[in-house]
Design a binder for this molecule. Structure first.
Ligand code: KG4
Ligand code: ZN
Length: 347
């Protein structure tokens, strides 16, 4: 059994800015980053997009193998970029869920091995909380604030009441918004990952198509749903093709995006209004969507909210956000892990 070492490298840094290594391997990006406080010293992301593109989506087994092949090189590159050695690292934060089990295990095992060999404190990081923490990087943001997390696996609204205090206010009842973006892209024959492609095409189209009739109001429990919209777009495109007509991809992308995003923005603003919090921070891969960024900024600021979002490269999966999340755990003594740490795919 792992015995907690007495020498705690992190202790020497309390009061200063600890140097934190973040490791992320929950899906199809192998990523390692190093932060000193909120400052990025290194940010390495080895994307597997080219490998998975020919299959039209992430193949879990191939993702795990690619993480295994690439993770040590990412650690080395991050140290080189930061001009540091492992002896300079005060703690290691690693994504342990949610995500693909095999993929997560590569990051978790690597982090445990480094922590054990070099006697470095280990911190477990929830991937979604990591996405939210992208908003702290190189900024002065402080809690409390509202965060909308829109990604390939999650669509949730949180109130962030402290650096280690996250409360969920509303979430999708079924599919995640990113999943719906990817499905619509696949139907239109656009390459993986579909979200950025739909974003690009939507700018050339008009939001004139109503895919289905529904009550557009904000749900009283702040819940959302994407499976109905996804199915409606599937049926719309299949019906057109059965009649021998070609779907107008730009209009479909613009209409789907507006329908998917408008209610999400309204629900987020309602959540913020109920809590009385004045700042809304966007997070997750879909936070890179140009329509969502513009809409939330315009609507939110129009109602007196301060609306923030991370730079594009920190919206999609990366390890800088994981290191940032671990930093706040470290300074408050939370989420310490030992050699029993395991991956939690459904966290
Ligand atoms: O956060 P992320 O990188 O991985 C998860 O944790 O899920 O999010 C990936 C999702 C994918 O569904 C991808 O298509 C979507 O984010 N995405 C976008 C855009 N960029 C990435 N969706 C819409 N517009 C974008 N520009
Ligand atoms: Zn993610």
């Amino acid at each position: 059994m792992y015995i907690q070492k007495t020498k705690d490298k992190f202790d020497k840094s309390v009061g200063g800015d600890p140097i934190v290594m973040g490791i992320e391997s929950s899906c199809d990006e192998t990523a390692v980053a190093i932060l000193k406080g909120r400052r990025v010293l290194a940010n390495i992301v080895a994307s597997q997009i080219d490998i998975h593109r020919k299959y039209g989506g992430v193949v879990p087994e191939i993702a795990s193998r690619s993480h295994t092949d690439g993770i040590i090189a990412c650690v080395d590159d991050a140290l080189k970029q930061a001009k540091l050695t492992l002896d300079d690292i005060d703690c290691i934060g690693v994504t342990y869920g949610a995500g693909l089990i095999g993929a997560l295990l590569v990051g978790v095992s690597t982090a445990k091995a480094l922590a054990l060999c070099k006697d470095i404190p280990l911190i477990k990081v929830d991937h979604i909380e990591g996405h939210i923490c992208a908003n702290y990087i190189q900024t002065q943001l402080e809690p409390p604030f509202i965060s909308l997390v829109a990604s390939g696996g999650h669509t949730s609204i949180y109130s962030v009441n402290g650096y280690n205090d996250y409360k969920i206010l509303g979430a999708t009842r079924d599919d995640a918004i990113g999943e719906a973006f990817d499905k619509v892209a696949r139907l239109l024959g656009l390459p993986y990952p579909g979200g950025p492609q739909v974003d690009r095409l939507a700018k050339e189209g008009k939001p004139t198509i109503k895919f289905y009739k529904h009550d557009k109001g904000v749900s009283p429990d702040l819940s959302l749903s994407y499976s109905g919209l996804k199915t409606a777009v599937v049926n719309y495109i299949h019906n057109l093709r059965q009649r021998g007509e070609d779907p107008n991809a730009p209009d479909i992308c613009a209409s789907f995006t507006a329908e998917a995003v408008d209610l999400l923005v309204d629900t987020t603003i309602e959540a913020a209004t109920r809590t009385g919090l004045k700042t809304i921070a966007l997070a997750g891969g879909v936070a890179a969507n140009s329509y969502l960024r513009n809409k939330l900024k315009t609507e939110g600021e129009g109602r007196g909210f301060n609306v923030l979002f991370p730079p594009l490269e920190l919206c999609t999966d990366n390890a800088a956000m994981i290191a940032m999340r671990a930093y706040f755990s470290a300074i408050e003594g939370k989420n310490r892990a030992d050699m029993t740490l395991n991956a939690r795919p459904n966290l």
